[in-house]
Design a protein around this ligand. Structure first.
Ligand SMILES: Nc1ncnc2c1ncn2[C@@H]1O[C@H](COP(=O)(O)OP(=O)(O)OP(=O)(O)O)[C@@H](O)[C@H]1O
Length: 591
């Protein structure tokens, strides 16, 4: 039997295989069939040849029209059995052979015979034609997609280089070429080490381990690169190198933008992020003015704009400044506080701007950095800015405008990147009228204005603050948690708190430290507080309190409804601790 290259092919995967295109279950004749029977089959089905197969499906030979014609010429009987006249050495083909091997066949169809000699089918000229058109389509698609790939590579903003296992460059896009100043056609086919300095693609090819997000210095510029091995059947056949950003600063900008966007996305229109919730959660108080202040702080943190925090002493200005810094894009940098009223005017300049060596008699060797420079990439908190002498007001105007500092006695100016938060308990508008505060400076700092109300204007917060502070001090001092009697609480709430939250915090500390036992009663309160708790005051304040309590009840009820009764979620959304919510509900008779 003459086989066409059976098992000899090392054909490409995409080439058509006989098994996929042959005609299965072809017409056959038995060896004992007569020539007449064979002629009938060929005639009836208009075919050129018919295979002869025994009872076990084993292929024996082929009866063709040519052979039969010759029989007629020799006057042979129609009863002659086909096994005596069939062609035994006709060409056959294997089911796993490529269709291309069947091309150029003589007999119209080739029997397809497997390794055990069984007839699997026949492959006709029509089968070959179908297979070929399928193959051509596949090749065309492939060509199209490689064109598309080339186009994608060349329009990519990132540099891309592809090497084979010998580190020879196979692909090299235009972006990479622009960056290293070489044309792709000049580098393809060259060894990558001769083209790209410090390349680690050979290492990746050798180890098969990918490297993502590495910094590589190319042409004096730090680049972020990925190097990815290409594997086939577990073996490394090459690697891809990608230059991701034109320079690392761009990466930082992108990270900043991504973080900002993530924060914006997370807050779904205006919802605080987790970090914001955590930081603002440290600021106790859920009264309307406090919620407004927290919301403004959160929004201010998302911009680099200067913030002016105003409010009486002890209202939490510094606490808010800290929270804004912690929530802002400057939180990776330091928060540097300067109390403008505590530093003598003469020293303030060198304190803020630093000085160069030899700037004045006592100047430290090597000079000293000022607070503005120390706050570089972070936040500077100018506390009590209303107490800054006029000559200094003029000097810091320049920094606020251009972010440029000039150390005392220095000639070199320095550019700084800093977020400014100023605070004061003074009435700056009045000071401008009096001529003690510069109007131009005022407009420079009064960009985002956060006004913190006095405690007496948000009495609803007093209980929450007291409970929070008492809990904190008990835990700090290792005490069992102490509770206030309702009368003591009422008296504390009706007190005026001229020193605001600072005074209240100190009072809570004193009460926790000095009260014996776990219950803090009216007798434990400082005289100034119990004295003001007269009946008269008490009457007016309790009417006020009733209204406030009803307001609170309603707010809690609504939030609980919104949260499907989930108290933890309701507390979170109200911006208070879960335990505070429980305590409040108990006090408001909502259990
Ligand atoms: N809402 C609050 N929640 C918890 N603690 C607070 C709150 N407000 C203020 N405090 C605390 O009260 C104290 C005084 O606050 P802070 O120093 O921020 O006030 P200030 O307005 O900057 O005061 P000053 O004007 O006197 O500098 C601090 O210990 C602060 O942590």
């Amino acid at each position: 039997m003459d086989e066409i290259n059976r098992n000899s092919g090392n054909y490409s995967d995409s080439e058509s295989i006989v098994r996929d295109w042959m005609t299965r279950d072809p017409f056959t004749v038995k060896p004992e069939s007569t020539v007449e029977e064979a002629i009938n089959i060929l005639d009836m089905h208009d075919i050129f040849s018919v295979p002869v197969v025994d009872g076990d499906g084993i292929y024996l030979g082929l009866v063709t029209k040519t052979v039969l014609m010759q029989l007629f010429l020799k006057d042979k009987s129609l009863d002659t059995r086909v096994n005596t006249v069939m062609t035994r050495d006709a060409t056959v083909i294997g089911p796993d052979d490529p269709v291309s091997k069947a091309m150029g066949m003589k007999d119209g169809a080739l029997p397809v015979v497997d390794g055990l000699g069984h007839l699997q089918g026949i492959i006709t000229r029509t089968d070959i034609l179908s297979a070929n058109s399928g193959y051509i389509r596949k090749v065309k698609d492939k060509l199209d997609s490689s064109e598309t790939l080339k186009h994608v590579l060349n329009s990519a903003y990132e540099g891309v280089v592809v090497v084979d296992k010998n580190c020879t460059i196979l692909e090299f896009n235009e972006a990479y070429g622009r960056f290293i100043g070489k044309r792709p056609e000049d580098v393809i086919g060259k060894n990558v080490e001769d083209i790209i300095e410090n390349t680690r693609l050979p290492v990746v090819v050798r180890t098969g381990i990918e490297e993502r997000g590495h910094i590589q210095r190319i042409r004096g510029q730090d680049m972020v690169v990925h190097r990815i091995p290409i594997k086939k059947n577990g073996e490394v056949t090459g690697a891809i190198g990608m230059l991701i950003f034109a320079d690392v600063n761009e990466l930082y900008n992108i990270i900043g933008r991504v973080n900002k966007k993530r924060d914006l996305d997370k807050k779904g229109k205006n919802e605080p992020t987790r970090k914001e919730r955590f930081l603002l959660g440290k600021i106790i108080g859920s009264s309307g003015p406090m919620q407004k202040a927290k919301d403004l702080a959160r929004r201010a943190a998302r911009t680099p704009s200067t913030v002016l925090i105003t409010g009486a002493s002890g209202t939490g200005k510094e606490l808010f400044a800290q929270a804004i810094h912690d929530m802002s894009l400057f939180s990776e940098g330091p928060l540097v506080s300067v109390n403008c009223s505590a530093i003598p005017g003469t020293l303030l300049e060198s304190e803020l701007f630093g000085y160069e060596e030899g700037a004045f008699t006592d100047a430290r060797k090597g000079g000293r950095k000022g607070k503005f420079e120390l706050a570089h990439n972070g936040t500077i908190f100018l506390d009590e800015i209303g107490d800054m002498p006029l000559f200094m007001q003029a000097k810091i105007l320049r920094v606020l405008q251009d972010r440029i500092v000039e150390p005392v006695g220095g000639i070199q100016k320095r550019k700084i990147n800093v977020r400014i938060i100023a605070a004061t308990n003074k009435n700056l508008e009045e000071m401008i009228k009096e001529g003690t505060f510069r109007e131009d400076l005022y407009y420079r700092i009064n960009i985002i204005r956060l006004e913190l109300p006095e405690l007496k204007e948000r009495k609803e917060d007093i209980e929450e603050l007291l409970l929070g502070f008492i809990r904190r001090f008990c835990s700090e001092f290792g005490f069992h948690e102490k509770v206030l009697t309702p009368e003591a609480m009422e008296m504390l709430v009706s007190y005026g708190w001229p020193g605001n939250v600072r005074e209240l915090e100190n009072a809570a500390e004193m009460l926790v430290s000095l009260t014996e036992g776990d219950v803090i009663g009216v007798g434990d309160l400082p005289k100034k507080i119990s004295d003001t708790g007269t009946r008269q005051n008490h009457d007016t304040s309790s009417a006020l309190k009733d209204r406030a309590m009803e307001g609170e009840r309603q707010a809690i009820r609504e939030m609980l409804e919104e949260c499907g009764g989930n108290k933890a979620e309701a507390a979170r959304r109200l911006g208070i601790q879960r335990s505070t919510l429980y305590e409040k509900m108990k006090r408001l008779g909502m259990d």
